[in-house]
Design a binder for this molecule. Structure first.
Ligand SMILES: Cc1cc2nc3c(=O)[nH]c(=O)nc-3n(C[C@H](O)[C@H](O)[C@H](O)COP(=O)(O)OP(=O)(O)OC[C@H]3O[C@@H](n4cnc5c(N)ncnc54)[C@H](O)[C@@H]3O)c2cc1C
Length: 315
């Protein structure tokens, strides 16, 4: 590989490894920097159950290893580096980071940022929340509601998103416990009417969620409502009282961001700095689905390739 790779990628989760695969397949010298694959949100998933074409339900770790292997096989290089800073000039684009030998500088003709996001309960993590992720604790009704048809479930939150989640669950769930950390819902009357009309949504106002219980799977949500603590028997809880988080402290004001710290991009996934692209959970600050991150990684690689072709006078 030449000293300055055509495409320098930060993050080896599903978005970054897919970008690396397509970048390398296009004959571009490609270097991926990552602080360690186990940090990938997908690497922590116990089972990946809804990835098209992968029906054997591999662990997230196994699937991300396969993705990395495939990108390496196509010619991409990977290095263990924790990125700590950037300098995006008009021609030179630089990434600073730390590896086992200390501070290093990396240049890329183009950069793809794919360092993902995280999730944090507004406030702090609940007892049971981390242990039961993927075992009934979910942050996405779109992704996981089908697993809990005809089961008692709960939603925690007070936003329009939480109301929409409760309504969506009500279509198939046996009962929806709607745990609301407020004495009212500040949403349009029409939404309140839909919630009432759904028939299976049980509203618990001024309620606090104390813990999520279960060992192999969620069995109950411990709530305090009306001064009384009770354990609501449920199979799943959907948490909508969360803070957005992106893994992008290293950017330090270098790029335009959205309200949640998410990186703003155009339809080609170009950021506010020319030649710098972004993909995956970094674009939202809330968990998406690995297959969406993968698709965005591919799009970012194709956009970076197009940018290089223009710079080379081939387009
Ligand atoms: C808590 C949580 C639970 C989830 N549960 C599910 C689920 O049950 N089912 C499901 O389908 N999806 C789930 N998701 C969503 C799914 O995992 C993500 O949408 C997907 O992994 C996003 O891919 P990504 O490549 O954008 O980011 P990630 O997978 O997060 O990858 C980002 C990579 O960037 C690296 N990185 C970050 N910062 C730096 C840095 N400074 N220097 C170097 N490297 C860095 C990390 O090490 C990591 O490898 C969950 C996500 C979260 C956060």
């Amino acid at each position: 590989m030449s000293k300055t790779p055509d495409i320098l990628i930060v993050g080896a989760g599903p978005a970054g490894t897919s970008a690396a695969l397509y970048a390398a397949r296009n004959g571009r010298s490609t270097l991926v920097l990552d602080k360690g694959f186990t940090h990938s949100a997908m690497g922590k998933m116990e089972r990946v159950i809804d990835y098209p074409g992968v029906g054997d339900k591999p662990s997230g770790e196994a699937l991300i290893k396969r993705m990395r292997w495939q990108a390496k096989d196509a010619g991409a290089d990977f290095r263990d580096v924790e990125v700590s800073g950037t300098a995006f000039g008009t021609s030179a684009r630089m990434i600073m980071g730390q590896d086992r030998k200390g501070e290093q500088k990396f240049q890329g003709k183009t950069i793809i940022l794919a360092s993902g996001g995280g999730i944090a309960m507004a406030g702090s993590l609940l007892p049971g929340e981390t242990e039961l992720r993927g075992k009934g604790v979910s942050y996405s009704v779109e992704r996981d509601s089908y697993l809990y048809r005809k089961a008692p479930v709960a939603v925690f939150g007070k936003t329009m998103g939480a109301c929409e989640a409760a309504l969506a669950l009500a279509r198939n769930a046996e009962r929806v416990e709607f745990i609301i950390p407020s004495n009212r819902l500040d949403v349009p009357e029409s939404m309140k009417e839909k919630i009432k009309a759904a028939g299976v949504i049980h509203l618990l106002f001024s309620a606090s969620l104390k813990a999520i219980e279960g060992s192999e799977h969620v069995t109950a949500a411990v709530v305090v409502s009306g001064g009384q603590e009770k354990a609501l028997p449920i199979r799943a809880i959907f948490l909508y009282q969360i803070d957005h988080q992106v893994s992008a402290n290293f950017l330090d004001g270098a790029l335009e961001r959205g309200d949640h710290g998410n990186i703003l991009v155009d339809e080609h996934l170009t950021t506010s700095a020319p030649g710098v692209f972004a993909c995956g959970d970094l674009l939202t600050g809330i968990p998406q689905i690995p297959v969406i991150a993968v698709a965005q990684g591919v799009m970012a690689a194709l956009s970076a390739d197009r940018y290089l072709q223009e710079a080379e006078g081939r387009r």
